[in-house]
Every structure is written in structure tokens, then in C-alpha cells.
Write a protein that binds this ligand. Structure first.
Ligand SMILES: Cc1cc2nc3c(=O)[nH]c(=O)nc-3n(C[C@H](O)[C@H](O)[C@H](O)COP(=O)(O)OP(=O)(O)OC[C@H]3O[C@@H](n4cnc5c(N)ncnc54)[C@H](O)[C@@H]3O)c2cc1C
Length: 284
């Protein structure tokens, strides 16, 4: 279907974009890579009068080194995250997850910030961002504020970004030297995950010194598997120890039941995929 008619604005700065959002209020919608928004418009699930395209705002693109963290612009394309050497060195989990996100075409249009702002619980970059303790910079007419990953994902397709605000950048602490793996379970290649697990571990002399584990599609938002993280700490990086810790993967989760599988099946998948992800991240 063809979307309903709308006016198109293409600001070249964040201030200009914020002014457009302030002027048009509920009638305006932000456009990033369009990989989620355009299908919504074409199905006429939303019909904004004005679309504010962020594509010409150069300052929202790219990855930079900021001392103990990486800063990724919201409009950085998935394909650029995937091939960025800083991401590979300091936030390998993000690169691993992005590798499994959709196909090359979608990765060349879709953006890191757009996917996070869209907040689909089956999206592949939410769980890694949560597990790595990302901080989200949100700009509004009153200035910018920083939101911790734990507070960013509010509910199904809902984040801490308020009306009239923009996600501008995502700050990810460095995990240099950590092992990382994203284990995604799909029935058909390039699909959204039925369940996926993001794991980053720091191994010292065969022992898991620290672990961070995020779950995709195990609730209305990405989830942190804190019980698994606690159970892994100080354990040997062996199949037996990791299997025991992974048994806690579904604790506190509330997965959906749909045509791809019911909640019990997803709970089972979470434990199996967590074991695989952690073992792979630990290089065991
Ligand atoms: C065929 C296909 C397969 C896909 N498969 C997968 C998959 O396997 N895994 C996966 O994770 N994703 C998948 N996607 C989605 C992809 O990740 C999109 O890139 C992502 O969901 C949206 O990013 P975008 O930049 O295209 O945002 P858009 O579609 O432009 O925007 C998405 C939403 O976020 C809002 N928004 C965007 N940027 C900002 C911002 N900076 N500040 C505030 N609000 C903002 C928009 O207003 C809109 O509501 C798929 C998409 C397609 C078309």
C-alpha cells in the first residue's frame, strides 16, 4: 500500500529537527533508516502529517572513542557498526549481534539508534545494549539528558524517549579483551529471533571473572539475565558449570506465546541458548 500523504522535512542539525518536532507535535514522526517506520506507514498503522528525516544530520553519524567508552551516533547504520574497528575491539558483542540482524540490505539502511528507539522486543541490538550497560543521550527542547540502559526500555515498543525528543547517541563502556557471542534462534535465515541470547564474559585463568547476559524476545523489553550472571561469577569456564548457571536464564522472564512457540518453549530455548552463548563467549 502507499502511505497517506505527508510533508517531508530534512533538517541538517539536531536543533532544527527539535524545532520541527516542537512545531508539529503529535502530527510529526521521526524518520531514521525507515526499515520499521516505512512498513508502518505503508500499512497505514500510522499516518503522520509531517515526517522529519534525520538523514542529513551529519553529527548523528559515526563511532568515536571517548576514553573509557565508545560513543555511537544514533544515525550510524547497522552496516557501519558491524565493520567499525573500535566496536570490534571494545564492544565485540554489539558487532556479533549486528552480524545476525536481518540481511545486508536492511543493515545498509537501518540505524542503530532507530532500532533502539523502535524498541521491538525481538530486535537484535536491544539485549546487547542492555547487557553492556549502555547510556542513552536524549535531546529535547530543554537540553540533553542521559538515561541508563535499565531505564531506557519501558515496555513493548516504548522507551524513555518522550514526545518531541530525539535519541542522539549511545555511550557504551569499553569491554576490551572480553569474549562475546550472540546466539540467535530462527527457523528461517534473516528472520527476527524466536529467542536470542547476548553474552559477554571476562575469563581469567580458566575462571569466569565477570559475565553480562541479555535476552531477546523473552518479555516485552530486552532483559538482563542477572541470575545467570551471578551464578557464573567465579565459576570455571566448563560445560558443567555453565550449564548449571544457564538453568537460571528464564528467571523473571515473561516470554510471549505465538505461532513460533509458546512461553514454555521459549523458556527452554533461553536456557539452551544461554549455555551455548556463554560457552562460545568464554572460548570453551
Ligand atoms: C525485512 C526486514 C527484516 C528485519 N529483520 C530484523 C532482524 O532480524 N533483527 C532486528 O533487530 N531488526 C530487523 N529489522 C529492523 C531493522 O533493525 C531496523 O533498522 C530498525 O528496526 C529500525 O531502524 P531504522 O533506522 O530503520 O528506524 P526507522 O524505521 O526510521 O524508525 C523506527 C522508529 O524509531 C523512531 N526513531 C528512529 N530514530 C529515532 C531517533 N534518533 N530518536 C527518536 N526516535 C527515533 C521512528 O520515529 C520510528 O518510530 C528488519 C527490518 C526489515 C525491513
Amino acid at each position: 500500500m502507499i502511505p497517506a500523504a505527508f510533508d517531508y522535512l530534512a533538517p541538517t542539525s539536531v536543533d532544527e529537527a527539535l524545532a520541527a518536532l516542537a512545531e508539529h507535535g503529535d502530527d510529526a514522526k521521526v524518520l531514521a533508516g525507515g526499515q520499521s517506520l516505512l512498513p508502518v506507514l505503508r500499512l497505514r498503522l500510522n499516518a503522520p502529517e509531517v515526517v522529519v528525516d534525520l538523514g542529513r544530520i551529519e553529527s548523528l553519524r559515526g563511532v568515536r572513542d571517548d576514553g573509557d567508552a565508545l560513543v555511537i551516533g544514533a544515525m550510524t547504520k547497522h552496516a557501519d557498526v558491524l565493520t567499525d574497528p573500535l566496536v570490534a575491539e571494545h564492544a565485540a558483542l554489539l558487532a556479533r549481534a549486528t552480524h545476525h540482524l536481518a540481511d545486508a540490505q536492511v543493515r545498509h539502511r537501518g540505524t542503530f539508534g532507530g532500532a533502539l528507539a523502535h524498541a521491538d522486543p525481538a530486535g537484535d541490538v536491544g539485549a546487547p545494549a542492555l547487557a553492556l550497560g549502555a547510556e542513552f543521550t536524549i535531546a529535547g527542547s530543554g537540553g540533553t539528558r542521559s538515561v541508563a540502559a535499565d531505564d531506557f526500555f519501558v515496555d513493548l515498543f516504548e522507551t524513555a524517549i518522550a514526545d518531541g525528543e530525539l535519541l542522539t547517541e549511545i555511550r557504551i563502556p569499553k569491554y576490551t579483551g572480553w569474549g562475546a557471542h550472540y546466539e540467535k534462534f530462527v527457523r528461517v535465515a534473516h528472520q527476527w529471533p524466536i529467542v536470542a541470547v547476548a553474552a559477554a564474559v571476562r575469563v581469567e585463568g580458566g575462571t569466569i571473572a565477570e559475565a553480562r547476559v541479555g535476552l531477546t524476545n523473552m518479555g516485552s523489553t530486552p532483559l538482563r539475565a542477572r541470575a545467570v550472571e551471578a551464578a557464573l561469577q567465579g565459576q570455571p569456564a566448563t560445560d558443567e558449570a555453565v550449564r548449571a548457571a544457564a538453568a537460571h536464564a528464564a528467571e523473571g522472564a515473561n516470554p510471549p506465546s505465538d505461532l513460533n512457540g509458546d512461553a514454555d518453549y521459549r523458556n527452554h530455548l533461553a536456557t539452551v541458548l544461554t549455555r551455548r552463548a556463554v560457552l562460545a563467549a568464554a572460548g570453551a
